[in-house]
Design a protein around this ligand. Sequence first.
Ligand code: ADP
Ligand code: MG
Length: 542
Amino acid sequence: MQPQIILLKEGTESSQGKSQLISNINACQAIADCVRTTLGPRGSDKLIVNNNGNATISNDGATIMKMLDVVHPAARTLVDIAKSQDAEVGDGTTSVVLLAGELLRQVKPYIEEGVHSQVTIKAYRKATNLCIEKINEIAVTIGKTNEAEYRASLEKCAATAMSSKLIHGQKDFFKKMVVDAVLMLDTLLPLDMIGIKKVPGGGLEDTLLVQGVAFKKTFSYAGFEMQPKSYDNPKIALLNIELELKAERDNAEVRVANVAEYQKIVDAEWGILYDKLDKIHQSGAKIVLSKLPIGDVATQYFSDRDMFCAGRVPEEDLKRTIKACGGSVLTTVGDLKDSTMGTCERFEEKQIGSDRFNFFTGCPHAKTCTVVLRGGAEQFMDETERSLHDAIMIVRRAMKNDAIVAGGGAIEMELSKYLRDVSRTIAGKEQLLIGAYAKALEVIPRQLCDNAGFDSTNILNKLRQKHAQGHKWYGVDIMNEDIADNFHECVWEPSLVKINALTAASEAACLILSVDETVKNPKSGGGDMGGMPAGRGRGRPM
Ligand code: ADP
Ligand code: MG
C-alpha cells in the first residue's frame, strides 16, 4: 500500500480522460446551439438582457457570444473564435461557431469508441488544408477594370452580408451607401474613418452619408445663436484649452486693502481670457473647436467677430476632424498658425431630426465619411449599426482580396463533396475522420433550411445530387424553398470569410480535442469552489 501523493492544493478540481473530453465537447455544442437559430436570412434574433437591465437585440454571432458571459473554460474557446472572426473579417461569426460545434459533434462517436485525439486532430488539419486549397482553386476573381461592374459586385457582397439581418428589407438602400462609404476611404481603408452617428426618429431611409466629418452640436451658451452657421474654406482651430472665467478656489485667501486692488485681480483674470481670445481671433481662425468648455464670455466674443465655436467636443470626433481637416490639437494659443490649423471646403450646421449637427465636408487630408443613422427604437438602431459594420467589413474585405465564392451553403456543399471524394482514396481511420469533416460542413445549408422552416433532408439530398453532377455553385434558395445556382442569384461572399471561418473553427475544434485534463484552481478560478472535495466534477460539465 503506497501513500497517496498530493501534488495539487486542496480544493483543486481536476478531471481527465475521455469523459472530460466528451464533457468539453458537450459544452461547446451547447454554445453552438445558442446561436444556431440566428444563421441566415431567415434566422431569428436574440434578445439579451444584461444585469443592468439593458436589452440588446442582435443577430450577430460575435455580439451574442460576447454578451452571453460564458463561464465554461472549454466553451470559452468558441467565444474567442467568434471574436477573432469579427475582428479579422467582420462577418461569418455565427457560421464559425456553428462549424466548430459541428466538427466536434461529428468526431464525438469516434472519441467514444477510443480513437486517439491526436489522430483526429491530424485528420482535421489535413481536411482544413484541403478545403482551403479547394476554395482558392474555385473562387472567382471580380474584375476591377470595369468600374460599374466592380461596384455592382461589391454591392452584391454587401447585400449578402445584410440579407440575414433586421435591415434586410432596406438592403438595396444600404448596399449603395456602404459601398459609397468604403469607396470614399483611401487605399488603406481604415475602418475608424467611417463614423456612425445615431439620431432617433425618422425612417431608416432617412439615413444619410456625409462625405466628411459630422458630429452633434455640443452644449452652448447664450450668444451662440448669433454665430454664423456656415463657412467656405474656413480655418479651423483645434484646442485643448478652457476658454472660461475660472471660478475662485473655494478656500483660497486673498487679502486686499482696498476695492481698487480687488478690481485689479478681476481685471487680470479677464485680461488672461481676452488675451487668449485675441490671439485666436488674430490667427484668422473661423471655427474654434475645443475639447474643454468654452464659456459664455468667449461665445459672445466669437459671435461679435463672426466666428463659430464649439466646446466639449468628444475626443473621437476631434480626432477624426484632425485626421480629415489637418492641424493638431493645441494646448496654448501661442502656437496658432496656418500649419497647426485645419481646413475644409465647407462647414455647415444642419438640423437632423431633433438634433443639430456640425458638418465638415470636402476635407483635404484623409478621406473620411460619416453615416448618420435614423430609425425608431434605440435597440433597432444599435442592431442596424452592427449590421452596417458587418457589411462595411465585407466590402473592405472584397476590395482588399477580390476573390469571391457563392454563399447559401453552396461553397460548403462543394467542399463537403470534394472531401468525400478525397477520403475514398485514403486508407485507415483518416478516411472516416475526413468523412466526418465533410459531414460537419453540411451543417451550414442544413441550418439555413431549418431556420427558414424548409425540409432540410429533402433539400440537402437535392444539393448533393447537383454537386455530384458538377454544379458547384448550387445552394439553398431561401425565397422558393428550393435549390438554386447561388452564384447566378448573386449570393456572394468573399472567399476570405470562408477560409478564415474554416481555419478558426478547425483550430478551435483541435484545441478542444487536444485537452486531456482540466484542472481548476480554486484560488485563481473565481474562488467559490474552495473546500469542495477533490474529484467532484469528473467528466461532468463544470
Ligand atoms: P454570420 O454571422 O455567420 O455571417 P448570418 O446570419 O449573416 O451569419 O448568415 C450567413 C449565412 O447566410 C451565410 O452562409 C450566407 O451564405 C447565407 N446567406 C446570406 N444571404 C443569403 C441568401 N439570400 N440566400 C441564401 N443564403 C444566404
Ligand atoms: Mg453575416
